[in-house]
Design a protein around this ligand. Structure first.
Ligand code: ZN
Length: 449
């Protein structure tokens, strides 16, 4: 995981007269019982990189990381053996675009999320986020980019709570507040925006170069791991020069810039500026896909399936399917992304997120490539591929298991029976068993930020 230079927190412990642990950034590795080895017997082990399956593999896990993996690996005496010989083991998928601390609903807000901001407090939304995170993990999503609209830095709090060891959840790359021109994604009234600041804390205003630099630094200070901007939420939007400044300032801190884009002009400017990822497919054309492929810009298209009634319509869906197909054919770096930030009665947050495979199937993308987008490209857009994601010796031990063969039918991912996160079992036999994740304190260190 990338480390972000620390700024605050040096003096307070001295004042209190207590010993000061090192404030050097710690790798957020979750707890694993000392010297305890876990051995997983995998009936089938799927490698999304090559699109192949190896039968009857043994996977050793020690201190939260993958050890030896292979058909003839000796299981150490005293190891806990987990039998997944009837299942296919594979790396966890990534949702490259979600908002865990936002859940708008038919009742009472008629799916109009401006009202959610007004009606639900940051503390309530933080608790919802903790629940949503566990629901996503139960559906197999071990990594997630959480891109704003998360009240007052609730996304940072959630990430820190997971990394410190308070509770289970996906590994989170969070953006803090979305930075945009005044008003963010809304068209607020002056009374509400200026007198009551009701647009906030959902958006951080930055209209000038000075404000852009300041906004990036504020988000970094308050725990953002990626910078999210509104490229064209207003007709004036950000210019190429504005976005280059965002990219430069974020880059100095080690952060990438993700851009919400909803117009062709906005997409063109964002691509020209060299943005890291484009969120949503609204502004993307064949010509722009070609440019994205050339420049290696990630696409988080948030392709809502027609099966999620009320969240798209036939015309948009057809356009979205055609766009995804075109992006695939142009070899764009396509990620699996959902923007699944609403409640659908009868479905968990994770079940809503996995439903998006319907759009990918409709676009005719081969199953192996859907899996690659969900895993390999997802790890890359998060820049985590050398830390976690792939099932490889030395990486942090995250994996899932499903019946059937996801290379034959991607629908196998709807039935995640087993989830391991940081080497700890989160779900077994289709039932969440997260007790080992809960602690009465920050077992990985209070200073993990
Ligand atoms: Zn979104």
């Amino acid at each position: 995981m990338r480390t972000v230079p620390r700024i605050a927190g040096l003096t307070a412990p001295l004042v209190l007269g207590v010993a000061v642990p090192s404030l050097v950034a710690q790798a957020p590795v979750a707890p694993a019982p000392a010297a305890q080895v876990t051995a997983i017997r995998a009936g089938r082990l799927l490698d999304p990189e090559t699109g192949t399956i190896a039968n009857n593999q043994v996977i050793l896990i020690e201190a939260g990381k993958f050890g030896q993996i292979g058909p003839n690996v000796a299981i150490p005496r005293g190891a806990e053996v987990i039998d997944l010989s009837e299942l296919t083991v594979l790396p966890g998928p990534v949702d490259s675009h979600n908002h865990l601390a936002l859940t708008y609903k038919k009742v009472p807000e008629n799916d109009y999320y401006y009202l959610t901001y007004v009606m639900e407090s940051s503390p309530l939304r933080a608790i919802q986020a903790a629940s949503n995170g566990m629901q996503m993990l139960s559906a197999g999503f071990t990594i997630l980019r959480d891109l704003g609209n998360n009240a007052n830095y609730v996304d940072t709090a959630l990430r820190e709570a997971i990394e410190q060891g308070w509770l289970p959840g996906p590994t989170i790359i969070n953006s803090g507040l979305i930075i945009g021109g005044t008003g963010g994604q809304f068209w607020p009234t002056p009374e509400m925006a200026i007198d009551h600041k009701i647009v906030y804390p959902e958006y951080l205003d930055a209209d000038t170069p000075d404000e852009i630099v300041k906004a990036v630094r504020q988000n970094a200070l308050f725990g953002a791991k990626v910078i999210k901007i509104c490229v064209d939420c207003k007709p004036w939007g950000y210019s190429v020069e504005d976005m280059k400044l965002f990219i430069k300032e974020a880059g100095r801190i080690g952060l990438r810039v993700a851009g919400h884009v909803q117009t062709v002009d906005g997409a063109r400017r964002a691509i020209e500026a060299g943005i890291w990822s484009i969120e949503h497919d609204l502004g993307l054309t064949d010509e722009l896909h070609k440019l994205m492929a050339q420049k290696g810009i990630f696409r988080a298209g948030t392709e809502t399936p027609i099966t999620l009634t009320g969240h798209t319509n036939q015309a948009s869906y057809q356009r979205t399917v055609a766009g995804l197909k075109n992006a695939y054919e142009n070899k764009v770096l396509i990620t699996y992304s959902t923007d699944a930030d609403y409640y659908i009665p009868g479905k968990s947050r994770g079940q809503v997120a996995i439903e998006f495979i319907e759009t990918w199937k409709a676009a005719g993308i081969p199953t192996a490539d859907i899996l690659r987008a969900m895993t390999i490209t997802g790890y890359k857009v998060c820049e985590l591929e050398k830390v976690r994601g792939p099932i490889k010796t030395g990486l942090i031990a995250d994996l899932i298991a499903v019946p059937g063969n996801p290379l034959q039918s991607i629908d196998a991912l709807r039935n995640v029976q087993f989830v391991m996160k940081d080497g700890v079992v989160f779900k077994r036999n289709g039932v969440m068993t997260p007790e080992a994740f809960f602690h009465g304190g920050p077992v990985n260190g209070w200073s993990v930020r």
